[in-house]
Design a protein around this ligand. Structure first.
Ligand SMILES: C[S@@+](CC[C@H](N)C(=O)[O-])C[C@H]1O[C@@H](n2cnc3c(N)ncnc32)[C@H](O)[C@@H]1O
Length: 465
């Protein structure tokens, strides 16, 4: 290792984090692999990493336990053995690992990809820290490099080495595999630096629904509805973005509703406020939940989604202060703009069994405008400040407020949920805000109305000069 690397990793903590992350510029040898010092191994890429050996080990442990964050087709790892060994190897001559782990990679698409058993060995001495991931099954999944073993590194230098099945042909020419290997190296580099900077994981996914419950539900919904919806999309928006995002949200809700049904013994029904294209309403209804969607403007795709359920998607301009939905279990507000802050209030009014989920997006206040002033700080971004504002309303409306980060492409992915009550809605401050806001709230004009107004204004005679 060069002196430069030691100097970087011992710098004072006033270091600029961006400058550390920007140091990612690996040397890649996919098509001209370098021969490693170990027989039958080839170096595929290396990258100086400005972090310590401890950060490296933290990163490797995370990769071992949570491979799904590095290898997307993997759902999770099952650890079947974790053995530590006493190794006195200061001279770097022992081949005995300090730790041996057996793990099985469980794929997301169980009907298509096989699970894969791996032996993982950690080695450490004064000179290097090294880990070997060795596949134990002869049939390797598509996402796995065609190797006996893959990987390894040293302090200060992340090095990706492989022992290819065919040592006469060690090149990696498949662009997808090159991309996968580069992604792994980048992720490990990032994690090493994050560890050095003391970052903790920002998002807290799977708080209310365990990943093992959500993932199979998502796979089921995706296979059942995804291709057909994407193929028949008639809106101008990108079907891939909308279809899979709404499938993910529907899957999450179906898992939450299963929990509720186990508790209440009642089938969960719903109203989707500001339902837009109606996709989420369609998915939940198709899975046997009674409910409907409301929006101020209809969409081209509605008749196709509604099918025989003529009332599934309804045009209505909501005045939230007047809205109430008795006998409704769930009010949904998915990126429902100005309706979002009102939804906990409407749910509180609608009866003791009425619950809500909102996924806030744009920063609307109760008055239906975006003139909200949010308390911002260095650590709290605007989106987090806004979700805190919505949580505060929900809590004042009497709900015990819960939160989860959804696994969706959108960065506005915080779901705020109220499914239990702490008290009656009797907050004076909230009552005053509601009274004031309900005077101010005016439903927005639809695009059609705006166009009609424009046409009208064109008809008016112009004043002569
Ligand atoms: C950003 S879109 C989201 C649509 C949908 N939930 C989704 O995620 O694709 C917000 C929707 O809320 C609807 N909306 C806003 N204010 C409304 C009101 N007062 N009454 C009915 N719908 C309203 C808009 O027409 C728009 O379709």
């Amino acid at each position: 290792m060069s002196k430069n690397q030691i100097k970087i990793s011992n710098e004072s903590e006033s270091v600029d984090p961006q400058s550390l992350f920007q140091q990612f510029a690996p040397s890649i040898y996919f098509e001209t692999p370098k021969i490693s010092s170990k027989k039958d191994w080839f170096i595929m890429a290396d990258q100086v990493v400005p972090a310590t050996k401890e950060a490296f080990w933290e990163t490797i442990r995370r990769w071992t336990m949570e491979p799904q964050f590095v290898i997307p087709p993997v759902e999770r790892a099952e650890i079947t053995l974790n053995e530590s060994n006493e190794v006195d190897d200061h001279n770097g001559i022992s081949d005995k690992p300090t730790e041996t782990i057996s793990r099985t990679l469980i794929p997301k698409r169980k009907s298509k990809d096989a699970a894969l058993m791996e032996k993982i060995q950690y080695f450490e001495n004064d000179k290097e820290a090294r880990v070997i991931y060795e596949p134990l099954d002869s049939k390797l999944p598509f996402y796995y490099p065609k190797t006996y073993r893959n990987d390894n590194e040293q302090q200060g230098m992340l090095r990706l080495e492989v022992a290819p099945l065919d040592t006469l042909n060690p090149l990696v020419t498949d662009p997808k595999m090159q991309y996968a290997l580069k992604t792994i190296l980048h992720k490990l580099f990032k994690w090493c630096i994050q560890n050095r900077l003391g970052y903790t994981k920002k998002a807290h996914h799977d708080v209310l629904v365990p990943r093992e419950t959500y993932q199979p539900m998502y796979q089921y919904m995706k296979a059942k509805y995804g291709p057909q919806l994407v193929a028949n999309w008639t809106e101008q928006t990108d079907p891939k973005k909308f279809v899979y995002e709404d499938i993910a949200i529907a899957s999450y809700l179906l898992c939450i509703w299963k929990q509720e049904e186990a508790k209440t013994k009642r089938r969960q029904n719903f109203v989707d406020l500001g339902c837009g294209n109606g996709l989420l309403t369609f998915l939940l209804s198709s899975e046997g939940h009674e409910g409907y969607g409301i929006d101020i403007a209809d969409r081209k795709i509605w008749p196709a989604l509604s099918g025989k359920k003529k009332d599934l998607l309804r045009v209505q301009a909501l005045y939230p202060a007047k809205a109430i939905y008795p006998n409704t279990e769930w009010l949904i507000g998915n990126h429902a703009d100005e309706l979002v802050p009102w939804i906990p209030i409407i749910a509180a009014k609608s009866g003791a069994n009425c619950k809500f989920i909102v996924i806030p997006c744009c920063f609307y206040g109760l008055d239906g405008t975006r003139s909200l002033s949010l308390p911002l700080s260095a650590t709290l971004g605007k989106y987090r400040a806004y979700t805190d504002y919505i949580k505060d309303i929900a809590s004042k409306a009497g709900f015990h407020v819960e939160q989860d980060y959804l696994r969706i492409p959108s960065t506005k992915n915080i779901a705020i949920i109220g499914r239990t009550r702490e008290r009656d809605q009797n907050d004076n401050e909230l009552a005053e805000s509601v009274a004031r806001a309900s005077q101010a709230f005016v439903p927005r004009k639809t695009d059609r109305e705006k166009e009609e107004e424009r046409q009208e204004s064109l008809k008016k005679p112009k004043l002569e000069k």
